[in-house]
Design a protein. Structure first.
Lengths: 164, 345
């Protein structure tokens, strides 16, 4: 920028002085504050707290009765944590929707180490893991998942299976 | 290598490189603290600091001229009627200005006016082409689908950062997974985000005019967001991870008690790393249009030029050269040339 504005009559203007200041500071900083508050708001209740993850409990009568070496699920624990929902839905589709004959092993599921299990949430899984509150709900609530298992499956006892 | 390839493949390989770094980096247990704790905190720090810095720079820039675009009848004589559309497109009051900005921010009204200009064959004039301008809403549709899907996805992810998860976020999740299709339920927002981002990128690549003006800075965010979307979808539906451990990590970050649970799959670290890069990249990029849209001078000003005097904040004292001074200086020459003068001497 030229030092001063000149024409043939000489200097006709001083160099403009653009003031260093906040223009519309009120609006801009209100907007910024609203954004930061919205950002922090959902996190604020837990700030600084330590929230322990849910502890899965295996303390059920059926599991207690098993010998130490028999206390293993039909699939490895890590695999089950990530994929149990897929397995249960596959069971449901094979048994309930395609009919028992559609399932590769009839109504039975063969685990990698060769054991056979009845493919049934109520009768197999919840036989050992009868503590739904501690074993299912706790983690599902923790990650806000609402599986639709319990729309059909009874959660108390095995009334339906015995009634058959 | 031509212009397009240079800009597109630099972005593509940058994103693939980031994926590789996170994938192999997270294999080493010692580096999981880096990818799970250090990088996210660093990214959020850069994001917030950069965002605030740039907004402060904007706040210190004078806006000397009142330049609202006047897309409707301005407020005028009382018998000139203005319907609501015109009042919003040429706002005379603060209330209408808020309406205009709300339409701009929430409904992308400017984009809705998008036109496409093309030379078309004209049946009436087989010798030449005809220049036509036609309304082209696909950009608007792609953009609004993309942005709202992204918003829903961000809000939905808050279930990992809050405990207990507030009701609105759970509700949003149920609405998003409304069709209960596949297990786990497919979220509509995830599908919409990836499809819309693909459309926005395909649009840049296939249209020659757009390809000509597209730079690496345009492709990189799109590819990065596609990478985030695809890695998230793969993690949810294909390469599953222990979600309880993921929440433990996320909650640890949100409560400033970071923990890195063992046994989270590499795909999670890829997803997290890409998100961190997006956050850190945000303040330096075109993504700053998010705060910027609120500061668009042609949209956020009341169009009251006709009845309010707006003074340029840097107006300087001008030395005027008035006509009498001019005449005083050239009077003799003017009289000699028979030019009429106001004063004879």
């Amino acid at each position: 920028m030229a030092e001063n504005y000149k024409n043939e009559f000489g200097v006709f203007a001083e160099r403009p002085k653009v003031e260093k200041k906040y223009y519309n500071a009120k609006n801009i900083f209100t907007g910024l504050a609203i954004f930061l508050i919205l950002l922090i708001l959902p996190l604020a209740p837990n700030l600084g707290k330590t929230i322990p993850p849910p502890q899965r409990s295996l303390d059920t009568p059926v599991i207690q009765k098993l010998a130490e070496k028999d206390r293993k699920c039909l699939m490895p624990t890590d695999w089950m944590r990530a994929n149990h929902m897929q397995m249960l839905v596959d069971w449901r589709d094979n048994v309930v929707r395609s009919g028992e004959k559609g399932a590769p092993n009839g109504r039975y599921f063969e685990s990698p180490d060769g054991r056979k299990f009845l493919a049934s949430l109520t009768n197999s899984c919840m036989d050992c893991h009868s503590n739904k509150d501690k074993f299912c709900d706790q983690c599902h609530n923790y990650v806000a998942v609402a599986p639709n298992c319990w729309g059909c499956h009874l959660t108390e006892g095995k009334t339906l299976a015995e009634a058959k | 290598m031509d212009f397009f390839k240079r800009h597109f493949f630099v972005s593509l390989f940058a994103v693939l490189g980031l994926v590789t770094v996170a994938y192999f980096g997270s294999q080493a247990a010692s580096l999981q603290v880096f990818f799970g704790v250090v990088v996210p905190y660093l990214a959020v720090l850069i994001f917030l600091e950069g965002l605030i810095y740039r907004i402060i720079v904007w706040a210190r820039s004078p806006v000397p001229f009142r330049i609202p675009t006047t897309a409707g009848q301005n407020k005028s004589l009382p018998w000139i009627e203005r319907d609501l559309g015109e009042q919003l497109d040429n706002p005379a009051t603060f209330k209408h200005l808020v309406g205009r900005m709300a339409l701009e921010v929430l409904a992308f009204r400017s984009l809705f006016r998008n036109l496409r200009t093309e030379l078309r064959k004209d049946p009436a004039n087989p010798e030449g082409d005809r220049l036509i301008h036609w309304s082209y809403k696909w950009l608007w549709l792609g953009a609004i689908a993309f942005h709202y899907a992204f918003l829903v996805i961000i809000l939905r992810h808050l279930r990992f950062f809050t405990e207990p998860v507030p009701m609105p976020f759970q509700l949003l999740e149920h609405v998003d997974g409304f069709f209960q299709f596949f297990t786990p339920a497919v979220y509509l927002s995830g599908v919409v985000l990836v499809v819309a981002a693909f459309y926005l990128m395909a649009r840049r690549i296939t249209n020659p005019n757009l390809r000509y003006i597209s730079l690496a800075a345009d492709y990189f965010p799109l590819l990065l967001i596609l990478g985030i979307g695809i890695s998230g979808i793969l993690m949810r539906y294909v390469y599953k991870v222990d979600i309880i451990a993921v929440k433990e990590l996320a909650l640890g970050l949100a409560t400033f008690h970071p923990v890195v649970p063992a046994g989270i799959g590499a795909i999670f670290y890829v997803h997290l790393f890409l998100v961190c890069v997006l956050f850190a990249y945000f303040p330096f990029s075109k993504l700053m249009h998010a705060p910027g849209v609120f500061l668009s001078p042609s949209r956020n000003m009341v169009s009251n030029n006709r009845w309010v005097l707006h003074v340029n904040p840097w107006n300087y004292p001008v030395k005027f050269h008035h006509y009498d001074e001019y005449e005083d200086r050239f009077r003799e020459a003017m009289i000699e040339a028979d030019i009429p003068v106001e004063k004879e001497s």
